[in-house]
Design a protein around this ligand. Structure first.
Ligand code: ZN
Ligand code: ZN
Length: 110
C-alpha cells in the first residue's frame, strides 16, 4: 500500500524518474541517483549539502571566537603582569627608588 504510493511519486529533480525514497529533511521524493545514504539516514543531495554547510560555518565562527578570546586573554594577562609590576614597584622601599634615581642622575651627568 505504502510502497505503491511511493512508486507513484516522481523524483523532485527528474520528473520522469520514479522515486525510490523520500527525504526526511525536505519531505520530497527522489530517485536512486538523487538520494544518498549518510549516517544511516537517507537524505537527498541538497539536504546533505545543507547539513554540512552550516556546521562548517559554525565551527569557523567558533574558531574565530576562540582566537579573539585567546587574544583577549593574552591582553588581560599582560595587563595583569604590568599591574602587579607597578604595585611591586610602589611597594618597594624608598631607598631603592632613590638609588635608581641617583644612578640615573649620575649617568645623565656623565
Ligand atoms: Zn532533502
Ligand atoms: Zn533524481
Amino acid at each position: 500500500m505504502h510502497q505503491h504510493h511511493l512508486s507513484e511519486q516522481r523524483c523532485f529533480n527528474h520528473a520522469r524518474r520514479e522515486a525510490v525514497a523520500r527525504c526526511p529533511e525536505c519531505r520530497r521524493y527522489f530517485c536512486r541517483e538523487c538520494i544518498t545514504e549518510h549516517d544511516d539516514r537517507v537524505v537527498c543531495a541538497s539536504c546533505l549539502k545543507q547539513s554540512f554547510a552550516p556546521s562548517a560555518k559554525e565551527s569557523r565562527r567558533w574558531r574565530r571566537l576562540a582566537r579573539v578570546g585567546q587574544a583577549l586573554f593574552c591582553f588581560l594577562m599582560l595587563w595583569f603582569i604590568f599591574f602587579m609590576l607597578g604595585r611591586a614597584l610602589l611597594h618597594l622601599p624608598s631607598e631603592f627608588h632613590d638609588d635608581i634615581l641617583g644612578m640615573t642622575q649620575e649617568e645623565a651627568e656623565l
